[in-house]
Design a protein around this ligand. Structure first.
Ligand code: BGC
Length: 744
């Protein structure tokens, strides 16, 4: 009897803890909820609306003093001076009626002062532990100065490299994006909340990366199934990881701007995922609903946004100007306002801002650019560089006379990449500086071009100088300003005369190593013949130069893999590995030059491809070379048939068959052969970095829950459909032999 009672209580306790887990995604507690309710009950309607107002408040604190005192501002962005942040907080906390601290926000996108590689470069590491460490470094530096909220990570899947913001995310793949989302959320917020926790803001919700033609801010047309199968999972994963806040996006999807989209903000985010964090608009995205023609004026769009589920207005001033009237007229319920304010106060309590609103200005200085931070940035830049070509010239032998040229060789601002607001170029280690420090007196340098867009008629001096060296290093790419927000491009070749500069270096007859530092995968096919080796480094951040020198001279073996497909020509966009199976898969058809004159029209035998460029990219997703070689063998599954709640155990042997120690990113892809809807030809389901000494081989076991094969099919529900599957274990998305299995 007693034992039964204990059992029942244990079951009840388990149910309660399960329910508690499900009802809070941000980890709030009954104590915090009591404090939220108590404070809320003391607030006037105006004070509540004030909390829902976010203001860009850099500069003179006095300008905002009256609004702060009367509780009209809940959050500020774009102030990073700790002295001023303390002043802002002092007015809010000590001079307003209820003393509610401010949430101080900043775009800390890939580092605060110490800049890490741009997010696309972070994804190229395929190393979530390292990415989490980097986000932690960013949080430690930023929170020391009083910034407790970052507008990162950006989780927009991007399959069109013309879109400048491809730089800010993890690339084209849903699974890789979700893994990186979790890592960044955990890094920013910390595994336990403390004074170094910086609230993450997952953005831009949702579909923003699918802008038509890669033109930023453009419309998207994603079906609900595409949203659920491709675009939403990284957001859901980040919510599960505890992301405290979320930002709505600028785009309209199928005619509905995200900031007024009840379906995604209420039904999915709050309803299905139980998100109890804060939803903020993007900068004036509420106001832009007027330009979209989705609302008549600021009052109208404020009503639409708040009723769709927005809690905080960034820079439209629609809530602060019209919400009181909207509530009084009955267009917005008081309960809607109360819920929004709860979501905001909850985050402020969780971050401990009420206990500790101020920062120690002297202590803040000590952590910026700390040696451990620079070390983490260097390691990340090393892991993120992708070796795309090597005829054996790399790694270079120390002692060689080196000639350095190119617009990115010594571009301390540009190698930091987009959204590096607080990274100071004085701290950047450029490749030139790193090489000169490493080989004093042995490095000669002619810039060739002073910036990436520059055009010049000839490079005779470059060819002559290159002839006097043993090896030539050409640093090419894009200036930081050519990618990022509002910086889409229609031509993705190297800008200016960079291709000609590379040719001039090659004309010297000396071995040429090209290094490309860019914000996106550029179309570099035409440049490959002009170099013996090519290292691709998405803008690598503060320590990029040292990292690249270490890679070029073999202290570190490249291990980065492409997080996005590299196109042969821009006309192929969008091209991504996990496209659906068409009715006419490409099988290597006749190309333009082979078509006979006056050929009769036919479509027989033709497939889905371009006459001039075929169907394949320059480099597939997941691709990247090493100084050593790897071989996969003995791929076996523990069963031939699985049930929906099983785990697939994949075993394989990975051998380092070359002469260098190295790390391989082993990738597992799956194809669901027949579904209630057409399925992708391959989907990444697992990856891991495997470090092997030269000559070493190891058996690796990977586990994939069968539930990871679930998708939203014809009936609109998410489940694993029974049938046959193929599975590949390989070093990229385009190679390997498949193994077959069944799901019952
Ligand atoms: C961008 C956001 C950013 C915000 C605040 C907007 O223009 O789209 O990504 O977080 O500005 O700076």
């Amino acid at each position: 009897m007693k034992r039964t009672k204990i059992l029942i209580m244990a079951v009840l306790a388990a149910v309660v803890s399960c329910t508690q887990h499900r009802t809070t995604t941000v980890g709030t507690t009954p104590e915090i909820e009591n404090r939220v309710e108590k404070l809320l009950s003391q607030m006037t309607l105006q004070e509540k609306i004030g909390q829902m107002n976010q203001v860009s408040a850099g500069g003179d604190v006095a300008n905002y003093a009256d609004a702060l005192r009367s509780g009209q501002i809940g959050s500020i962005l774009n102030e990073v001076d700790p002295v001023k942040i303390n002043e802002f907080q002092r007015i809010a906390v000590e001079q307003s009626r209820l003393g509610i601290p401010l949430l101080v926000a900043r775009d800390v996108i890939h580092g605060f002062h110490t800049e890490f590689p741009i997010p696309l470069g972070l994804a190229a590491t395929f190393d979530p532990e390292l990415v989490e460490e980097g986000a932690r470094v960013a949080a430690v530096e930023a929170t020391a100065q009083g910034v407790r909220w970052t507008f990162s990570p950006m989780l927009d899947i991007a399959r069109d490299p013309r879109w400048g913001r491809i730089a800010e995310g993890s690339g084209e793949d849903t699974y890789l994006d979700a893994v990186m989302a979790r890592a960044m959320v955990l890094g920013y917020q910390g595994r336990n909340l403390d004074s170094t926790s910086m609230a993450a803001c997952i953005k831009h919700f949702v579909g923003y990366g699918a802008a038509e033609g890669g033109r930023d801010y453009n419309s998207t047309y994603l079906t609900e199934r595409q949203l659920r199968n491709t675009y939403l999972p990284p957001f859901e994963e980040a919510v599960k990881a505890g992301a405290m806040t979320l930002m709505t996006s600028f785009n309209d999807n199928d005619g509905v701007p995200s900031t007024g989209n009840t379906f995604v903000l209420k039904d999915i985010l709050r309803g299905e995922w139980g998100f109890d964090g804060l939803v903020v608009t993007d900068w004036n995205s509420m106001g832009e609903m007027i330009s979209h023609g989705f609302g008549t004026d600021r009052r109208d769009v404020a009503e639409k946004a708040v009723n769709a589920g927005v809690d905080m207005d960034m820079m439209t001033f629609g809530f602060i100007s019209h919400m009181e009237d909207l509530v009084n007229s009955g267009a917005v319920k008081v309960s809607t306002i109360d819920n929004a304010v709860r979501n905001i106060l909850r985050i402020k309590f969780l971050l401990g801002l009420f206990e500790n609103p101020y920062v120690d200005v002297e202590a803040a200085k000590a952590v910026q650019y700390a040696p451990a931070h620079l070390d983490a940035a260097r390691r990340t830049a090393e892991e993120s560089a992708i070796l795309l070509k090597n005829d054996g010239i790399l790694p270079l032998k120390p002692g060689a006379r080196i000639f350095v040229t190119g617009p990115l060789a010594d571009a301390p601002h540009d190698q930091l990449g987009t959204w590096a607001f607080d990274g100071e170029k004085e701290h950047t280690v450029t490749p030139l500086k790193a090489l000169q420090a490493r080989f004093p007196g042995k490095v000669s340098y002619v810039p060739g071009l002073s910036y990436s867009r520059e055009s010049k008629p000839s490079f005779a001096g470059v060819t002559a100088a290159a002839r006097r060296a043993d090896a030539v290093l050409v640093f090419l790419g894009e200036e930081a300003i050519l990618s990022g927000e509002a910086h889409s491009l229609a031509d993705l070749n190297l800008q200016g005369s960079q291709s000609e500069l590379l040719k001039a270096a090659k004309a010297s007859g000396k071995p040429v190593v090209a290094v490309v530092m860019a914000g996106r995968p550029l179309t570099i096919e035409r440049d490959l013949p002009s170099c013996n080796a090519l290292l691709y480094s998405f803008h690598p951040g503060t320590m990029g130069g040292e990292a690249l020198a270490n890679l070029i001279f073999g202290d570190v073996n490249p291990s980065g893999k492409t997080p996005v497909t590299f196109l042969r020509t821009v006309g192929q966009a969008p091209l991504y590995y996990s496209h659906n199976m068409t009715g006419r898969p490409y099988s290597g058809q006749t190309l333009l030059a082979d078509i006979p004159l006056e050929a009769g029209q036919t479509s027989l035998g033709n497939t889905s491809y371009y006459l001039d460029y075929g169907a394949y990219p320059l480099f597939p997703f997941g691709y990247g070379l090493s100084y050593t070689t790897f071989e996969y063998s003995g791929i076996t599954l523990d069963k031939a048939e699985y049930s929906a709640d099983d785990t697939i155990r994949v075993t394989f042997t990975l051998a380092n068959t070359g002469k260098y120690d190295g790390t391989e990113v082993a990738q597992i892809y799956v194809r669901d052969l027949v579904g209630s809807i057409t399925r992708p030809v391959k989907e990444l389901k697992h990856f891991e970095r495997v470090a092997l000494k030269a000559g070493e081989s190891r058996t690796v076991e990977a586990q994939i829950p069968v539930s990871a094969l679930a998708f939203v099919g014809l009936d609109g529900t998410k489940k694993v459909e029974s049938g046959d599957f193929l599975l590949w274990v390989s070093g990229d998305s385009a190679s390997g032999e498949s193994t077959r299995f069944k799901v019952k």
